[in-house]
Design a protein around this ligand. Sequence first.
Ligand code: FES
Length: 106
Amino acid sequence: MLKLKFIGNDETVYDLEVSPGSSVMENAVRNSVPGIEAECGGACACATCHVYVDPDWMAKVGEPEPMEEDMLDFAIDVRANSRLSCQIEMRDELDGLTVRIPERQG
Ligand code: FES
């Protein structure tokens, strides 16, 4: 199992233990972490699973693919560390990953 931390807009911290191969979005939904709507169910087609990757993790998480980049244009308050959480797959390298949930998704 891998550790995954969400920090809510109100600073509430959600510490999860998650399986390799699961997406960050799936784990938020499965654990009822508020603020990740994921309307399209992970198809990279809605931008309501937007998160801010902790700066310390940016290099390991990597850059979005072009399709995700296009979809991020529909997210609110996009920053340099914005990602769509359905497109981040948990792997050993990401053990301990921390992401922040934006104020709103749309
Ligand atoms: Fe729709 Fe991620 S869940 S883009």
